[in-house]
Design a protein around this ligand. Structure first.
Ligand SMILES: Cc1ncc(COP(=O)(O)O)c(C=O)c1O
Length: 375
């Protein structure tokens, strides 16, 4: 049997990882400035993560959501404290797209509406409701109906106001930092306008923190820079450091009913152990502050490189834009300097999404490699 060939792959086979590095089958070492699409938050093979998951595996790896699983509440308690959203509720699933699907369902159950505002350049996942609010016709099959979605240019306040005036809106979904599009941020005033319009019209404000959340931006959630409080927050990637776990945080105004949402695998004891290990390491090693400081250091170093035309992002979610396509540069970094970085839908923009455990020495290696490639 062959694999369904949907991914363009580098000719590299990875064998293991440790901290900010991964190793291929020939034991060649690569600096990981990409974290496998922003998933590696606390570094590869973190000892506390391994110990937590292994201990849970010894006890109980899985049971369905038909019995009490105390570790789910432990995760909710910890997440409430670390994120600052103590009075919100947590629903656990397995992937980013599922988080979006469930966020949209909660919103639509709540106000009984179905028109969604999303933004140009958005990416929210590939399942039916998630891909419908994603601004990429190429990944929509005919079955993925998006006629209930209104796409508005990011940061166009007049267009947003207009969309609200002409429609009864169920929800506005916004990435707190657009990732795949090439690292673009809603302005503080745009965020605040979304919050204001949603409140006034009883629409639901959904912040997609699947890529930008869990400390990566230098705050637990990137929207916290704008002093807004979304009604629903979606999370995934960094949440399990590679173990599939995702979640939505919902404002207490959303009343849960039995059977309203559900999942077989979501919230398994093993996933919760991974999720708890990540939060414990984030807290113990002060990783949010580290993401903030090292992010500033990367930006300061990049400002010295004249070939970089624009630097976008916050913390360890950074886009570097050049005035040429970065495909060859990315390949050079990988194959000549052994550094993984990401691309984006903007052909000229490199995306940096390293583990939050990186320090200045790793940044110096990256900057040296980047400068050599640009020579
Ligand atoms: C902002 C954002 N939302 C949603 C998703 C979908 O997540 P998943 O691939 O886990 O379904 C992604 C994945 O890249 C993302 O970056």
């Amino acid at each position: 049997m062959n694999l369904f060939d949907v991914y363009p792959l580098f000719n590299i086979e990875l064998k293991n990882g440790k901290g900010c590095y991964v190793y291929d089958q020939n034991d060649i070492k690569y600096l990981d400035f990409y974290g496998g699409h922003a998933v590696i938050s606390i570094g590869h093979a973190h000892p506390h993560y391994i110990q937590r998951i292994t201990a849970q595996l010894d006890q109980l790896s899985f049971y369905s959501n038909s019995v009490q699983l105390a570790i789910q509440q432990q995760l909710a308690d910890k997440l409430g404290t670390v994120s600052g959203y103590i009075d919100y509720n947590l629903f656990l699933i397995n992937s980013g797209a599922e988080a979006i699907e469930n966020a949209l369902k909660v919103a639509s159950f709540y106000n009984n509406r179905k028109k969604i505002i999303a933004f140009n350049g958005s990416f929210h996942g590939r399942t039916s409701a998630a891909v419908a609010i994603t601004d990429n016709p190429k990944i929509k099959a005919p079955i993925n109906s998006d006629e209930h979605v209104i796409f508005v240019p990011l940061n166009d306040e007049a267009a947003l106001i207009n969309a609200f005036q002409e429609n009864e809106i169920c929800a506005v979904v916004v990435e707190s930092i657009q990732g795949l599009n090439g690292i673009y941020e809603p302005t503080v005033s745009f965020f605040q306008l979304i919050e204001k319009l949603c409140k006034a019209q009883n629409a639901v404000f959904i912040a997609d923190e699947i890529q930008s959340g869990y400390g990566r931006s230098g705050k637990f959630f990137a929207h916290q820079y704008a002093n807004v409080q979304p009604d629903i927050i979606t999370m995934a990637k960094g949440m399990g450091n590679g173990f599939p776990i995702a979640g939505i945080l919902t404002h207490p105004k959303f009343v849960a009913k039995h059977g309203m949402l559900g999942t077989t695998f979501g919230g398994s004891p093993l996933a919760c152990a991974a999720g708890l290990a990540v939060l414990e390491v984030i807290e113990k090693e002060n990783l949010i502050e580290n993401a903030h400081q090292i992010g500033e250091y990367i930006i300061a170093q990049c400002q010295q490189i004249p070939e970089i035309k624009s630097i976008r992002g916050k913390g360890l979610m950074i886009g570097l834009e050049f005035d040429f396509p970065i495909k060859d540069l990315r390949n050079k970094l990988l194959f000549e300097h052994r550094v993984f970085v990401g691309n984006s839908n903007n052909a000229n923009t490199l995306r940096l999404l390293p583990s939050m455990t990186i320090g200045k020495p790793e940044v110096d290696i990256f900057i040296h490699a980047l400068k050599s490639c640009l020579k």
